[in-house]
Design a binder for this molecule. Structure first.
Ligand SMILES: NC(=O)c1ccc[n+]([C@@H]2O[C@H](COP(=O)([O-])OP(=O)(O)OC[C@H]3O[C@@H](n4cnc5c(N)ncnc54)[C@H](O)[C@@H]3O)[C@@H](O)[C@H]2O)c1
Length: 259
């Protein structure tokens, strides 16, 4: 599943799952563009406690590929456009777009403000549309173009608060429409749906929540960012060239544990 001589741009890749995806795609030989609002990895109290080196430096040192950081606030359309242009300018094209960035706000419909709602929708959903909008012409040119969108097991069952659950479900249908749009050009668009993965986002949960999440995960451990990275690596590879509009749960059996 080599990605040698290809370029991958990953949103939200300074920390957590995005960092794991960058590591896996670089291990397959891809040059990496880290598009994130911050360069330094977020460090958790329980998970990802030892991440200090920026992702671009990490993958260059580990895999010998070329990597760059593009400072990007994905709520700004102009930042997204600039990050994609930076990838094309620096590496001569773009082959793989991974929409991974995500945020979560706790609260019910009675507690959340319209501003909080819009913020989650902008980061988790609108940025996926905009990144695809600016990436597609380059992915078509690549002739091996790939988009992989990161949703969540919450797409199927809710329970993570209104804006988060709604955006994660919407990503599944966004993937399907994009997949139809670009199929004739041989570009594939797929979704991965992680379960509980050890990242700074999950780190915010209290001990009881972390314990019950681990208990519900059918396999004997919760996920590592590299577990999701491995699935993205497959979708990005030539071995997945006849798969599009599909969804892959990467959750250690969390979904089956809920039924
Ligand atoms: N961790 C899990 O258990 C889990 C489970 C299911 C789905 N997911 C999904 O996986 C994806 C990654 O989650 P994670 O747990 O690694 O999150 P995280 O919070 O640990 O990392 C998110 C990254 O996104 C960046 N980011 C946040 N807002 C941004 C913005 N406006 N512009 C640019 N970058 C921004 C952060 O700086 C950070 O590097 C998200 O889409 C999330 O919903 C995570």
């Amino acid at each position: 599943m080599s990605l040698a001589e290809r370029t991958a741009l990953i949103t939200g890749a300074s920390s957590g799952i995005g960092r794991g995806i960058a590591t896996e795609l670089a291990a397959a030989g891809a040059n990496i563009v880290v598009a994130d609002i911050r360069e330094e990895p977020k460090r958790g109290e329980h998970y990802q406690t030892d991440a200090t080196v920026p992702t671009a430096d990490l993958v260059e040192a580990e895999s010998g590929v070329e990597a760059t950081f593009a400072e990007t606030d994905v709520t700004r359309e102009s930042d997204i456009e600039a990050a994609i242009e930076a990838a094309v300018t620096e590496f001569g094209g773009l082959d793989v777009l991974v929409n991974n960035v995500g945020t979560h706000v706790h609260g019910t419909s009675q507690e959340l403000t319209a501003e909080e709602w819009h913020r989650v929708v902008d980061v988790n959903l609108t940025s996926y549309f905009l990144a695809a909008k600016y990436a597609v012409p380059h992915l078509v040119e690549s002739e091996q173009g790939r988009i992989v969108n990161v949703s969540s097991v919450n797409a199927y069952e809710g329970g993570a608060g209104p804006p988060y659950s709604a955006t994660k479900a919407a990503i599944v249908n966004l993937t399907r429409d994009l997949a139809l749009e670009v199929a004739d050009a041989g570009v594939t668009v797929n979704t991965v749906l992680p379960g509980v993965v050890k990242t700074p986002m999950q780190d915010q949960n209290d001990a009881e929540t972390r314990r019950s999440q681990a208990e519900r995960t059918a396999l004997p451990r919760v996920g590592e960012p590299s577990d999701v990275g491995a699935a993205v690596r497959f979708f990005a590879s030539d071995r997945a060239e006849w798969i599009t509009g599909a969804e892959l749960l990467v959750d250690g059996g969390y979904a089956i544990g809920g039924y």
